[in-house]
Design a binder for this molecule. Structure first.
Ligand code: FAD
Ligand code: MLT
Ligand code: ZN
Length: 524
């Protein structure tokens, strides 16, 4: 076991700001490291454009929405000004293609509101004129929900990026929905607080997109999901009515908890315009361990030990299999700090006392090594080294894209069965470039990936619906954290009862009777 243990003064360096330091962020906005910008640049050759969704999925038919005309455009330009109504074909392209380059719409109009009032007026007009709308944040969604299927108008929230307030006593931050997650993180960090959500796309994704997908991320194990940490939401309904549920109170049982309708509804029930989120204090001590293990049984034993021995300071417990790590070491030229093993675990602690946390981490690692569970590993509390280890994990999504086409699955399974599907899938899809699994072991959420040189419908039929049937048999979820989007509506019955699906449909009809908000998504 290699150690990068620092004690005394060196360990205490962690007390200073770490999240806000400008260097080494995984994916800063407007920077070459931004994965979305990189993947769009790779699209510059026309041959690399993904097929239009309407051609790849001809069974999905355009609904009876209005086609955009000069009168409509005139209204939008009058409301927002010429500069915030984009109709240039090239400029529209980036808003029409998803991050995975798996779907492509042909919207000819991107709207860039700055205020809730503008969103309200846009939606009222679209509703009155039966114009379909696709809300879009950072466009990092992984289920094809963030881009139009046909010619829906894109309502982009990127200019709604004001941080409105942060109460340093309660830790409640209120902001507009288009704030980039990493900017919020930096803002909170400067005030000795943190945002309770972190994910590899933080340099591009918006808090409104995070809420609309109920994003899980890398530390859900410790900080819970957004249904808990989001205290309030302001959203605009399809008819333009503003629903103000921006309570910043921890406790508020006055009637139905309507904010939950907008958390995870993927732009189908309303456009989220403001958010109140609870920020926990920034941890004063951090440790990261990167461990090599021989078998999944050893991984499970190590997880049990981590929960028992690290207890309340355990903030993340991620699994990476060897082919997943290979995607970043071979395609992105990142270096693993340890040699090759079938499985790797990334274990992180967040606490308030360096000595206490280090002692716990040492105790945990010693028992894992003496039980023969961990074969090699490295542990560190140095900022640069922790970042480098996290970069390995956070870059897998991007590394896999370099194989060609990624069939991405995001499922919850009982922990015992967490990895069971990966070897089964390897047997089924013989000519894949790679079949691999990684993800949030501590939350029972694996990302199973099948990569090919290019999209292949036959392979798709070998994978689906098999993967969903397998998941349903184990009473898992066919979408653990990425949502349903365009890719999964016809599979949600594997995880939702007919009664629950029916209630979803009734809610949709009540809140968006003309169905203008993100049509063809989520609802089967
Ligand atoms: P978009 O992609 O723009 O939109 C996502 C959905 O929300 C769409 O249906 C869209 O219509 C809707 N929407 C967006 N903004 C609004 C709004 N203001 N009002 C109403 N609807 C809206 N996801 C995880 O859960 N965990 C992870 O760990 C994770 N890691 C990722 C790592 C990488 C490298 C990438 C590329 C993606 C990752 N994702 C992860 C997926 C994605 O980042 C999240 O789903 C994120 O929350 C999407 O935010 P966004 O602003 O990009 O939303
Ligand atoms: C992750 O955990 O890295 C994200 O959910 C993205 C992915 O599934 O690749
Ligand atoms: Zn994930």
């Amino acid at each position: 076991m290699r150690r990068h243990m620092l004690v005394g003064g060196a360990a205490r360096r962690l007390i200073g700001p770490f999240l806000g330091s400008p260097e080494g962020r995984p994916f800063p906005p407007n920077n070459n490291n931004n994965p979305f910008e990189r993947s769009l640049r790779q699209l510059s050759g026309a041959g690399a454009l993904p097929q239009l969704t309407k051609d790849r999925y001809p069974q999905v038919k355009r609904r009876d929405f209005a086609e955009l005309n000069e009168k409509h455009l005139g209204y939008f330009k009058n409301l927002l000004g010429e500069n915030r109504v984009i109709t240039d074909k090239d400029e529209c392209q980036g808003f029409n293609i998803d991050w995975l380059k798996s779907v492509r719409g042909y919207s000819q109009c991107i709207l860039k509101p700055k205020t809730t009032q503008e969103v309200s007026e846009i939606l009222k007009f679209c509703n009155d004129n039966r114009i379909a709308v696709c809300p879009q944040g950072g466009n990092t969604g992984l289920v094809g929900g963030s881009v139009p299927v046909f010619d829906e108008v894109v309502l982009w929230t990127g200019l709604m990026n004001d941080i409105i307030s942060l109460d340093e006593n309660s830790g409640v931050l209120v902001c507009q929905s288009g704030c980039i997650l990493e900017n919020l993180e930096n803002f909170a960090d400067e005030r000795d607080l943190m945002i309770p959500l972190d994910l590899g796309a933080k340099g591009s994704c918006h808090i409104g997109g995070n809420i609309s997908t109920n994003a899980g991320g890398l530390r859900l194990l410790r900080y819970g999901n957004l249904h808990g940490s989001v205290l309030g939401v302001e959203a605009v309904k399809a008819d333009g009515e503003v629903i103000d549920c921006t309570s910043a109170l921890k406790k508020d049982n006055t009637g139905y908890h309507l904010k939950h309708l907008f958390i995870g509804s993927e732009g189908t029930l309303g456009v989220v315009t403001k958010v109140a989120i609870q920020c926990p204090p920034k941890p004063r001590a951090l440790n990261v361990a990167f461990l090599g293990l021989e078998s999944f049984d050893d991984v499970l034993a190590c997880l049990r030990q981590a929960k028992r021995q690290l207890g309340e300071i355990l903030s993340s417990c991620e699994l990476i299999d060897n082919p997943s790590l290979d995607a970043v070491t071979s395609h992105l030229n990142l270096k693993s700090p340890i040699s090759v093993y079938p499985f790797y675990m990334l274990i992180e602690t967040h606490g308030s006392s360096c000595d206490h946390d280090e002692e716990k981490m040492h105790g945990f690692l010693e028992s894992c090594m003496s039980d023969g569970l961990v074969r090699d590993g490295t542990t560190t509390n140095e900022i640069g080294k922790m970042k480098a280890i996290w970069e390995l994990r956070e870059s897998i999504t991007e590394g896999l894209l370099h194989d060609g086409y990624v069939f991405k699955y995001d499922i919850s399974l009982p922990t015992r069965e967490f990895y069971s599907l990966v070897p089964v899938m390897r047997e089924r899809v013989k000519d894949a470039v790679r079949v691999c699994g990684y993800g949030h072991l501590g939350d029972g959420n694996i990302h199973l990936q099948v990569t090919l040189k290019e999209f292949n419908e036959e392979v798709l039929r070998i994978i689906e619906p098999f993967i969903y049937e397998y998941t349903a048999k184990l009473r898992g979820s066919v979408s653990a954290e990425h949502g349903v989007g365009f890719r999964k509506p016809k599979y949600i019955h594997y995880s939702k009862s007919p009664g629950a699906i029916n209630l979803m449909k009734q809610l949709k009809v009540m809140m968006d009777p003309k169905g203008i908000l993100n049509p063809y998504k989520v609802i089967p």
